[in-house]
Design a protein around this ligand. Structure first.
Ligand SMILES: *Cc1c(COP(=O)(O)O)cnc(C)c1O
Length: 499
């Protein structure tokens, strides 16, 4: 299988796409076709483990990897007790037609682990295949979840290192401790005196700096990205849509072939796009419902066909969805343009130069035939956390609650009561203060830290505090480097970390 760029004519193998991350023309790599799965293939998955399901899906995309390489990679990522739940991505029933797909049982308690546990495996094998002998130096800018997931994924992986920049005072208490207590012989964590945009801009400039690339090369290092635009992050996410559907068949909740909906809390559009790819492969998904928080640029896009970033940016209680430029949408645009890379290039140029582009009525109608979209603000999200807990005794994190609320609105508006899976992207314990406040009221948590709030959640729900949170209380802080937000300071900080 070949991979094309969304903006032009590049044509590479799977391992080359994963190693490069982004195409030379600035586009994203997309598969030449979507490997078809029959209903028989999908039914057969019901009796397989998550690892076996993953091997089936990945093998169809990663054609220049051997079967043994895929099996070893999957085992290293999802086997050996790396996930708190033996099912890896368990499906929980809320009521007769509503289920929750829990993607937060990995080492960092967020769905990013589903991809970032596997990516280092795929990347180191890609390096070997393509004769890359330098150390792969991963640089990441994070608003919270990606940084820790990348650190955990690449920690102690030979031939790689992982350097994370996070905004000083811009991440939650648990998120900061998760990162600064990371061990491993190849991990570096640097706080930037600035906000997430400053960190992200700096990292982008480092990737584009000949000087910096040259000095890294001089140290025997080549830069790479673990950002969600890498196809190696997208492909592991396709697996859990198949897995959820197979589990619905297995439990008798649906009959094989019955269509279902998924509602996905969305930021960079990577998670939900993987669901769309699963549908293109034959998985019977009717609607993918795109759920946004108050940063509802995608909701407006599906409504109007115009993507417009000229708007206020809001900080919300679902920070991993606080995003205005949703990078993976470009892959959907490419399909809507009948794979015309020049048209996508024009839209992306307009976005960069004027802050907006329009796709026209026909394409908008196509998108609305396969997607629905809605948003929920923080007040609605908190109410949803409280309502779901009182109705089902189920704890939702704020990101998942956005999806749950958007589903509620969608059902009211459309009357569509089809079986629906809520994709749950983080453990409630990752955001314990907001979750506890939503259920017990703000005054109950005033002046309490994340650990005390976790205790409250445990006592009202009976759901044990995950060991990953518990141990943060005592783990020593290993990283305390801080740098200024200009690119030179960030470059110097990387060199100092590597020295
Ligand atoms: C990253 C993230 C999201 C958004 O996923 P995208 O693939 O960027 O759309 C949602 N929830 C959580 C908890 C996340 O970490």
């Amino acid at each position: 299988m070949s991979y094309f760029s969304t903006r032009g004519n590049a044509c590479v193998t799977a391992s080359q796409a994963i190693l490069a991350g982004i195409a030379a023309d600035g586009g994203l790599y997309v598969p030449a076709m979507f490997p078809p799965f029959s209903m028989k293939d999908i039914e057969d998955m019901a009796s397989l483990s998550y690892e076996e399901r993953a091997v089936k899906v990945l093998s169809t995309y990663l054609e220049d990897y051997t079967h043994a390489e895929i099996v070893e990679s999957v085992q290293a990522a999802y086997g050996d007790g790396h996930f708190n739940d033996p099912a890896v991505a368990p499906l929980k029933r809320l009521d007769a037609n509503t289920h929750v797909l829990e993607l937060f049982h990995g080492p960092t308690l967020a769905f990013k682990d589903m991809a970032l546990q596997l990516l280092p495996q795929l990347m180191t094998r890609a390096a070997r295949k393509n004769g890359e002998n330098r150390e792969i130096a991963i640089l990441v800018a994070t608003s919270g979840d990606t940084g820790k997931a990348a650190l955990e994924g690449f920690r102690n992986v030979p031939g790689t290192s992982c350097t994370v920049f996070y905004p000083l005072d811009g991440v939650s208490e648990v998120q900061q401790l998760q990162m600064t207590t990371t061990d491993g012989n190849n991990t570096h964590v640097i706080a930037v005196r600035g906000n997430f945009d400053d960190a992200q801009t700096g990292v982008k400039q480092l990737f584009g700096s000949e000087d910096f690339i040259g000095s890294m090369d001089g140290m025997g290092r080549v830069l790479s990205s673990a950002n969600s635009i890498n196809f190696g992050r997208l492909v592991p996410q396709i697996v859990y849509y198949f897995s959820a559907y197979a589990d619905l068949i297995g439990s008798g909740a649906i009959t094989p072939g019955e269509t279902v909906n998924f509602v996905v809390p969305t930021g960079n559009f990577g998670d939900i796009l993987a669901g769309h790819y699963a549908r293109n492969m034959g998985l019977p998904i009717e609607k993918l419902i795109c759920a946004s928080n108050r940063n509802d640029v995608l909701t407006d896009f599906f409504k109007t066909g115009t993507y417009d970033v000229r708007r206020m940016f809001f900080k919300t209680m679902s920070p991993s969805m606080d995003i205005l430029v949703s990078s993976n949408l470009e892959r959907l645009l490419y399909e809507s343009a009948d794979r015309d890379g020049s048209l996508v290039s024009v839209w992306m140029k307009q976005l960069k130069e004027s802050g907006s582009y329009s796709i026209g009525d026909q394409r908008r109608e196509w998108m609305n035939s396969v997607f629905a979209a809605g948003s929920a603000d923080d007040i609605e999200t908190a109410a949803e956390i409280r309502d779901v807990f009182s109705q089902h005794e189920y704890l939702m994190d704020p990101h998942t609650a956005v999806a749950s609320r958007v589903l509620r609105d969608y059902r009211l508006k459309t009357g569509d009561e089809k079986t629906t899976v809520i994709v749950s992207t983080a453990s409630p314990y990752k955001f314990a203060p907001d979750v506890a406040a939503a259920i017990q009221g703000k005054s109950a948590v005033r002046n309490l830290d994340a650990f005390a709030c976790s205790e409250i959640l445990q006592s009202i729900s009976g759901l044990p505090v995950p060991p990953q949170v518990e141990k943060l209380k005592t783990l020593p802080v290993k990283h305390d480097q801080v740098c200024d937000k200009d690119t030179q300071s960030m470059a110097d900080a990387v060199k100092k970390a590597f020295a």
